[in-house]
Design a protein around this ligand. Structure first.
Ligand code: IVH
Length: 672
């Protein structure tokens, strides 16, 4: 049933949307956020709750649509007009000068100036805006026809859903640009995929291209894709904009991210200087570039120059030399991670590649080896892709030795000799022995690392020492490490001071907030983001430990895989003991320190619907000031559900679980 909707709600929804759009722009385009992630999430949640309650208010340009709607079966075809051209390439100064000479000849007496841009190594897209609203987005395809991927592109937060400045005559405009992934985000995503036994991507460009083709926009929304705009087609604007550089400035004022290094060049020498500069500096950028692009600046001159076949005469890509090298694969070694994942690593004949000597490369999993048919002794191509971590990307089969044999995966753990196995539907092998020293060390390293408990001075070699000495068998033992002070002081490279520093750092880590601790536990599939969601939802380790699979899955971000893994973790008596020990040591195992005094002390509340007088923020503050805690999801450990007008699914769930519901009035009485 559609609830009747007060004007007040409509206004609130509009205000939230306006503000969220503005914050998206500040965060994703300007990279200068002005509110915390938490405040942003809260506004987003309020908006999506309201849209859920009042479906008549739903709109494709709402910021909530960034999370992605229903999957599509097949992409429709979009015809590009004008067609999406590509660029002719050149690799040497000579070729660049040839290009400039041709331009001069064709323009006769006019002298061109240029705009030099970075050639971001991503995927080209075209975006249409009608009356200022994003209406269609497409891939390049063959240049004439591409796929309609509007639903996927809507989820990319740096793509504006509305143009920022209104130009009355601007009815339909088309913006073209590049979508891509930052190298570190790509690596993070790949590492997570490897840990979840999913196929890893070869480089950020492949990952971006693969993502755009997905049928489910929700998955697209979870991938770290960005956009920069480099062309504007605004027919009604003709006459006003005279140069490509002005086009780019217009794109900026319309709210598009543009590349900050774009430069106007007086002549080709300046372009060559730009090309040389970025050839040397490319590693310092957070994303991959494969060259620079020079474009004749004047739009009139561009028109005069025209195009040949598939590329314009007024622009050219000046590529950099490749970051690939050939070398020999000496051996394939197996590494064991903290959850027992066995990862093959390539030992290579050292080779110099884009600034460093490479002697090792990841091979991800046995499927990757099989797909490449990689054999020990092969000559291979090593590539520096998205990050400094090199990859083996191909085999030079013409140089293969006759006696080479396909690689056969070993069946024992290289660390402890236990059997390794490959579960169904997994790409990775695992060591069966949870006490395997590699796993024990891996878990402790993960617990202590910067993103988790952040224990300073606790590097891999320290872990190695204390684990091999048997001082620490699992991470809960860290909090009794001070009992072994004498042994530590006597260790090689240690001493009074470093021992004291380490013990203090361990002590300080007890204050790390609950989400970090949850992440540090190293539950499979529970990364930092999932840990944050779980902490908000369940608010204490007890609640999480008791949660059923159904309760876990009722949280929108938690799928069956994560739920199963959490249940599995807490089902293990050994893990429960470890958690208990952490608790006894004083590690934070509940959300934000709850006041022990106050009428609501120890009680957990969930809010739903619009309250008569308080905003959600105010109600939350009142509850917390009186010692209570506010969770976002209804589950067994919730004591009260505070119900307002037009309450939704949470009320239904509270009734189902028999949880007491109260009104704002009752809450006021409780704290009096
Ligand atoms: S201009 C007519 N500018 O390179 C000119 N392209 O082979 C069309 N690219 O498909 C492209 N950065 O995917 C242009 N600053 C830039 C670019 C750029 C990357 C890509 C784009 C295009 C390909 C050209």
């Amino acid at each position: 049933m559609i609830a009747t909707m007060p004007q007040q709600i409509r206004n609130r929804v509009e205000k939230l949307r306006r503000e969220l759009h503005e914050h998206d722009y500040r965060y994703y385009v300007l990279a200068k956020p002005t509110i915390s992630d938490e405040q942003y999430d809260r506004m987003m949640r309020e908006l999506s709750d309201l849209e859920e309650q009042y479906p008549q208010l739903q709109s494709p340009d709402s910021p909530t649509q960034r999370v992605g709607g229903e999957p599509t079966k097949e992409f429709a075809t979009v015809t590009h007009s004008p067609s999406m051209l590509s660029l002719a390439n050149s690799y040497s100064e000579e070729e660049i000068r040839d290009f400039d000479r041709r331009v001069h000849e064709l323009l006769k007496r006019q002298t061109p100036t240029y705009v030099a841009e970075l050639k971001v190594d991503g995927v080209a897209i075209a975006l249409k805006y009608r009356y200022g609203m994003f209406v269609q987005g497409a891939t390049r395809g063959d240049g004439n026809q591409g796929d309609d991927i509007t639903h996927n592109l809507r989820t990319i937060r740096s793509i504006p859903l509305h143009l920022r400045s209104k130009v009355p005559s601007l009815m339909t405009i088309e913006v073209r640009g590049e979508v891509f992934m930052d190298k570190d985000e790509f690596e993070k995503m790949n590492m997570q995929r490897a840990a979840n036994s999913q196929k890893v991507f070869i480089n950020p460009r492949n990952a971006t291209a693969g993502t755009l083709k997905l049928q489910d926009p929700k998955i697209v929304a979870s991938r770290p894709i960005k956009m920069i705009a480099y062309s504007l087609f605004a027919p009604k604007y003709r006459g006003k904009l005279e140069s490509h550089f002005e086009n780019i400035q217009t794109l900026k004022s319309l709210g598009f991210p543009i590349n900050e290094y774009t430069r106007r060049c007086k002549n080709i020498d300046e372009v060559i200087e730009f090309w040389r500069l970025w050839e040397g500096m490319r590693n310092s950028l957070p994303y991959d570039i494969d060259g620079v692009v020079a474009k004749v600046d004047s739009l009139k001159q561009q028109q005069d120059l025209g195009s040949i076949a598939k590329s314009p005469r007024w622009a050219m890509a000046f590529k950099f030399s490749a970051r690939k090298a050939e070398t020999r694969l000496k051996n394939i070694r197996l590494q064991v991670g903290r959850v027992g994942t066995v990862t093959p690593v390539a030992d290579l004949e050292p080779v110099f590649l884009a600034g460093t000597t490479v002697s090792r490369a990841t091979l991800h999993n046995p499927d990757y080896i099989r797909e490449l048919d990689l054999r020990i002794g092969d000559t291979v191509v090593v590539e520096k892709g998205g990050d400094v971590i090199p990859k083996v990307s191909a085999v030079v089969t013409s140089k293969r030795q006759k006696e080479s044999k396909p690689y056969v995966m070993q069946n024992r753990c290289p660390q402890c000799g236990s059997p390794i196995y490959r579960p169904q539907n997994e790409v990775n092998y695992f060591c069966v022995n949870s006490e395997c020293p590699a796993q024990v060390k891996g878990r402790i390293e993960h617990f202590a690392h910067r993103g988790a408990m952040d224990i300073e001075g606790f590097g891999d070699s320290v872990v190695e020492q204390i684990v091999s000495l048997g001082l620490v068998k699992n991470y809960s033992d860290l909090y009794s490490l001070h009992k072994h002070r004498k042994i530590l002081v006597a260790l090689e490279h240690w001493g009074e001071k470093s021992t004291q520093n380490l013990i203090e750092a361990i002590g300080r880590s007890k204050k790390q907030p609950f989400p970090r601790v949850l992440f540090a536990l190293g539950i499979r599939h529970v990364g930092a983001g999932v840990a944050q969601v779980l902490a908000e939802h369940f608010t204490s380790i007890e609640a999480l430990q008791e949660a059923t699979e159904e309760e876990l899955r009722s949280v929108s971000e938690i799928g069956p895989k994560i739920a199963e893994s959490i249940i599995h973790f807490f089902h293990d008596k050994h893990n429960r003991n470890i958690v208990k020990k952490l608790q006894e040591s004083g590690v934070t195992l509940a959300a934000s320190a709850v006041k022990t005094k106050g009428n609501l002390s120890g009680k957990t509340f969930v809010l739903t619907g619009t309250l008569p007088t308080y905003s959600r923020e105010e109600a939350k503050r009142i509850i917390e000031e009186n010692g209570g805690r506010v969770a976002s999801g209804v589950n067994k450990i919730v004591d009260y559900v505070l119900v307002g007008e037009d309450a939704g699914a949470k009320l239904v769930r509270a009734r189902k679980l028999g949880i007491r519901t109260i009104s704002e009035n009752e809450l006021t009485n409780m704290i009096r």
